[in-house]
Design a protein around this ligand. Structure first.
Ligand SMILES: CC(C)(COP(=O)(O)OP(=O)(O)OC[C@H]1O[C@@H](n2cnc3c(N)ncnc32)[C@H](O)[C@@H]1OP(=O)(O)O)[C@@H](O)C(=O)NCCC(=O)NCCS
Length: 152
């Protein structure tokens, strides 16, 4: 199992997965390309020794001076609920902690996505009780969740 930076070579696979999982709410190809080119913390999880298989990814942007925003995260359906999401999330949090001056990580999650909310709570993210109505293109609402980091 390996975590690496996403490159433009991964673009097609990432876009396909994104559309398959998030449908109406999927990021566009242009946005994903832009995030790769502009050095977001864009990480992929690969398995396999000889033939590497991309099974998930996570995208984080620094949207304020002291804040990281986890704007996209998925694991391929057939690999979900096997610990892979926790693995890449832990490594990503560790990398963010290494960036000087970042005090918190935020993310938005669909209010109906109890599996993801459970995962974030396992990692000590706290749910803001205010519901962000109509947050997604699909019309669904979101929670904002936040993890305060130890000052570094
Ligand atoms: C959310 C997601 C990234 C989690 O990745 P994963 O590899 O399935 O996560 P893990 O196997 O590490 O599970 C971590 C925790 O999530 C929760 N969880 C995962 N799948 C679950 C399910 N089907 N039902 C209930 N809880 C679930 C559990 O609390 C689990 O912890 P536990 O095993 O200690 O009980 C993955 O399910 C996914 O890609 N979902 C679709 C896209 C998505 O919703 N992305 C997040 C957008 S905010």
């Amino acid at each position: 199992m390996e975590i690496k930076k996403v490159t433009l070579k991964d673009l097609k696979r990432i876009v396909n997965l994104e559309q398959k999982i998030f449908k109406k709410n999927a990021f566009s190809k242009d946005l994903i390309k832009n995030l790769i080119e502009n050095n977001a913390l864009f990480l992929k999880l690969e398995i396999g020794n000889v033939k590497k298989k991309l099974i998930g990814f996570i995208i984080v942007i620094m949207d304020k001076k002291d804040r990281a925003n986890m704007i996209n995260f998925l694991i391929k359906p057939e690999f979900q609920n096997k610990g892979f999401g926790s693995y890449i999330l832990q490594k990503t949090i560790d990398k963010i902690k290494d960036l000087k001056g970042i005090k918190k990580i935020v993310l938005n999650v669909q209010i109906s996505n109890s599996a993801a909310i459970k995962l974030y709570e396992k990692f000590k993210f706290k749910k803001n009780p205010a519901i962000l109505e109509n947050y997604y293109p699909s019309g669904e609402s979101a929670f904002l969740m936040e993890l305060k980091l130890e000052i570094n």
